[in-house]
Design a protein around this ligand. Sequence first.
Ligand SMILES: [Zn+2]
Ligand SMILES: [Zn+2]
Length: 147
Amino acid sequence: MSGRAPVAAVASHECPGRGCKQRVGAGMLACRPHWYMIPRPLRAAVWAAWRDGVGAGSPEHTAAITAAIEALNAKLGGPASTVILTASQSDCFADMLADAISYREPSGQCNDCDEHPASLCWDHAADLDRTDTYLALARDLGIEVPR
Ligand SMILES: [Zn+2]
Ligand SMILES: [Zn+2]
């Protein structure tokens, strides 16, 4: 008998923040900066469900953690899964997006647009929204779209 308490395996895990490789202790969800990026009510929910570790792994805790991680990664700019395209895939994607954007971009004469108070008719406003979505997607994927 050595009299020493057995050292519990100190479980640690990787911070769930997108692209973050920080190891964090079992009692914490994310590294400090990322933890504080999670909206306060969601953090409170995680603590409430954690109950000093008693609630670990409970459905409430899992749900609270999932919501918190989703909110964090939404702030970090995308889903937790990272899409990494090869160079040729990126080129292909950039071409596709450029085509899609030039197809959607309001161009030339449109009588509806001319008459519309916002100088953009409903159809063309919808097209412009789509263009924005394409560009946002390209940004998320780290692709530069030739304009
Ligand atoms: Zn982190
Ligand atoms: Zn129009």
